[in-house]
Design a protein around this ligand. Structure first.
Ligand code: GZL
Ligand code: ZN
Length: 339
């Protein structure tokens, strides 16, 4: 069984369990903390103490991926599913996330969850949560804490694998043509930026694809466009752009077209996320390949939070499965995409 098949199995099992739990809650036995139809048909709220209060600190609203991720969390951690969600947007600033986590500790929530904007600098606030006996769940991005007792579980994609998948396709398609590549990195210090860069570089090792420049566009379309404009002024031969997310790739497309060139042809583009705007550009031939990063983490988070609060064992690492799309696959998949 290959690594991916194993992961596929694990992920499928976890996701199915998550859906079953939630489905059971919403149909037969409504979960604690939600209104129940009584025999007489009146609605009666179960005692408040059954509700799971959860504080969630979100990175920001920097990209289409983030919007889809936020929607999945807010659509799942609802009152009828037995949650009382406090949600905060950190505008991509670590100090805002630390402040939010401290406020959830002061609130005495049952569980804290967050997507760490960068990998480092979390131990002090996570130790405060541990001292307050409040379990923490990581979603989407990882922390580099040496002490993994500081969080119960980390649910997210394998970003190194995403980078490898993107790089392997680039080698398959373009090796031997002396391609010059520029890289639009995600947020400096974030797990996806560090790992996607690492995975892609490993995959192109030994090919003749040459990385002539690499700069952060902070996962946003605006900054991706600005950095690409700079690259186009600086270099007269760019054959390939690897952007760590669709939004920066879409910004690069604007810059390439403004320079009178054809994205997807004069300059090839490979991105990661597979959000709707990216998939549309791929189907339109302006992007050449996209590796998906599934943002729909709400159901897994809900299932893990319920287990943690119930004192059950949870997997320390839950790897979310990612697919990949070329232009033809994107055109076929677009109508059914959920994000
Ligand atoms: C990846 C996530 C990244 C996305 C970007 O899981 O953290 O952050 O790839 C988003 O679009 O901004
Ligand atoms: Zn060239």
């Amino acid at each position: 069984m290959t690594r991916k098949m194993w992961m596929r199995g694990t992920v499928a099992a976890v996701s199915a369990a998550a859906m079953l739990t939630l489905a059971a809650c919403s149909s037969e036995q409504a979960p604690s903390g939600s209104s129940e139809e009584t025999a007489s048909g009146e609605e009666e709220m179960a005692e408040g103490d059954d509700v799971i209060s959860i504080g969630f600190s979100q990175v920001g609203a920097e990209s289409g991926w983030r919007a889809a991720n936020t929607k999945s969390i807010q659509d799942t951690l609802t009152a009828e599913n037995g949650f009382d969600l406090s949600f905060s947007d950190a505008q991509q600033k670590q100090e805002n996330q630390i402040q939010a986590i401290r406020s959830y500790i002061a609130q005495g929530v049952d569980v804290i969850a967050f997507s760490p904007v960068v990998e480092s600098g979390w131990d002090p606030v996570l130790q405060e949560a541990q001292a307050a006996d409040i379990p923490v769940i990581l979603t989407d991005r990882a922390v580099d804490s040496q002490d993994d007792t500081l969080y119960e579980s980390f649910i997210g994609s394998d970003f190194v694998l995403e980078g490898e998948m993107a790089g392997e396709w680039a080698v398959e398609q373009y090796d031997g043509e002396g391609y010059k590549m520029v890289e639009l990195q995600g947020t400096t210090g974030s797990a996806p930026a560090i790992d996607r860069k690492e995975g892609f570089a490993a995959a192109i090792e030994g090919s003749d694809i040459e990385v002539i420049d690499s700069q952060t566009g902070n996962f946003t379309r605006t900054e991706g466009k600005q950095v690409m404009e700079g690259f186009l002024q600086k270099y007269d031969d760019i054959d390939l752009v690897f952007a760590h997310n669709d939004d920066m790739g879409l910004g690069a497309i604007e810059a390439i077209e403004a320079a009178g060139m054809v994205p997807g042809e004069d300059i090839k583009i490979i991105t990661i996320d597979a959000v709707k705007d990216g998939m549309q550009a791929l189907a339109d031939g302006k992007i050449n390949y996209i590796v998906e990063c599934n943002p729909l983490l709400g159901p897994d988070l809900a299932e893990i939070a319920q287990k943690v609060v119930a004192g059950e064992e949870v997997e320390k690492r839950i790897v979310v499965e990612d697919l990949a799309f070329d232009q033809e696959a994107a055109a076929e998949a677009l109508p059914d995409r959920q994000y």
